[in-house]
Structure formats: structure tokens, C-alpha cells
Design a protein around this ligand. Sequence first.
Ligand SMILES: C[S@@+](CC[C@H](N)C(=O)[O-])C[C@H]1O[C@@H](n2cnc3c(N)ncnc32)[C@H](O)[C@@H]1O
Length: 242
Amino acid sequence: MSASERRRSARTAVVWEALERALEHPAAYWEQGARVVDVGGGTGGFAVRLAELGHRVTVVDPSPDALAALARRAREVGVEVAGVQGDLSDLPTLVDDDLDVVLCHGVLEVVDDPAASLATIREVLRPDGLLSLLVAQRHAAVVARAMAGHFPQALALLADAPDPSAGRANHRFTAAEATALVADAGFEVASVHGVRVFADLVPGSLLDLEPGATAALVELERAVSERPEYLPLATQLHLLAR
Ligand SMILES: C[S@@+](CC[C@H](N)C(=O)[O-])C[C@H]1O[C@@H](n2cnc3c(N)ncnc32)[C@H](O)[C@@H]1O
């Protein structure tokens, strides 16, 4: 495993494990693979791996560059992933409205209205369809801004006020806020995991030089991911909901 793959696995292991567990118990008609849309799926880190597991995956993303990188990545591993250029708010006009799974990872932060976005996702999922939502967790972001000396930005984030230096939406969520948003959109929240509690704090060189360090870090991330006292330290929150 390369150094960058080691770091990526430490950052995404908790999300993958929760997602794979949820997809292990599909409804009967998932036999030919779940119909998955990864909205804001970017260059396909998740989408391509889901396609490798046999699911039928479409990425909807406004960035043509990201979609081109997605196509290259899918070609390299020999799977098909459809790429559709578009915005989350147009999802009902871009994809079927009875999807089994929608991934929305790292997107709710930059949309104007997160509640409206979740309602749009609800529209395209079949009843009992699965939402995998990954969002930035506010308190870790406050600490990161403060540690970098960006005190006004840290203060603005603390109050969820618009960041004066950011040109666009820059939402961050607490676990309670993310859970309430998802529930208000008509979902039942099945799990909330803290992601990257330690992974972003550990120097990369430690993972590169210390044999077994990545596996031990993943085990630690897994152990703290469901402990409520560690949620405010997590860089991201991963929610699964139906
Ligand atoms: C932080 S990246 C996350 C990429 C990927 N989901 C992941 O977790 O690795 C955010 C992605 O959302 C896309 N995006 C930004 N605004 C969007 C919108 N309104 N609707 C859909 N996608 C959007 C960007 O083009 C980018 O690919």
C-alpha cells in the first residue's frame, strides 16, 4: 500500500465499514446490485469501489474535470460508472426516482440550503432506500481554524455564521444538528459515526515509518467512532438513514 493509500484508508475505513454492513442486507431486488447515485461523487473514490462490489452506480457532479477523472478511474479498474454533469438541486430531473442508495459525501457543506437538499434526496430514494451522508463536524473545524491562527473564522464557525473570508456556503454540523436535519427530511437515522477523530492529527510520517501503525490507527478510529464523547472531536460525521 502506498503512503497516500495508507492515509486514505485511515480516513475512510469507518465510513466504508458502516456502508458495507448496510449493503450486506439488501432487499431482495438488490440481487443485481443496488441502484446507487453518488451526488457530488467527484472523482469516484467511493463510486468506483461500489461498482467493483457489483452495484450499479451513477455519479452526479457539476464538475466536468471530476467526471473526467471518474471515467479514467473506472476505466483503469474495468468497471462501468455513469457520470452525469449536474447539481444536487436538479437530482429529480437527472436520475430515477426509486433509487436504493444515495451517497451524499462532502456536499451538504457547500449547498445554500442543506434542508432543501436532503428533501430533494428523499424524493429520489425509494421508500426504505438508504442515505449515506458524510458532513464536516463543526467543533473539529473550529479547533482547526483556531490552531491555524484564523481566530475570526473559528468564531464565525462556532456560531455557524457565514465565514467572512469564504466566497460561498461553508456549513459545518454538530451531531445533533445533522441528526435533526436528516430526521426533518423524513428519514429514520440508523447510525451516526465520528470519522477521522485522530487520523488528521497524526503525522503522516508516523504511518509511513512505523510498521502496523495504519492498522492500529484504523482500529482506534473504529473503537471511538460510536462513542458520543468523541463525536465533537471528529473531523466528519457519517450518518446512515432510511
Ligand atoms: C469535497 S468533494 C467530495 C467528493 C466525494 N463525494 C468524496 O467524498 O470524496 C465535493 C464534491 O461536490 C461537488 N459539488 C459541489 N457543489 C455541488 C452541488 N450543488 N451539487 C452536486 N455536487 C456538488 C463538487 O464538484 C465536488 O466533486
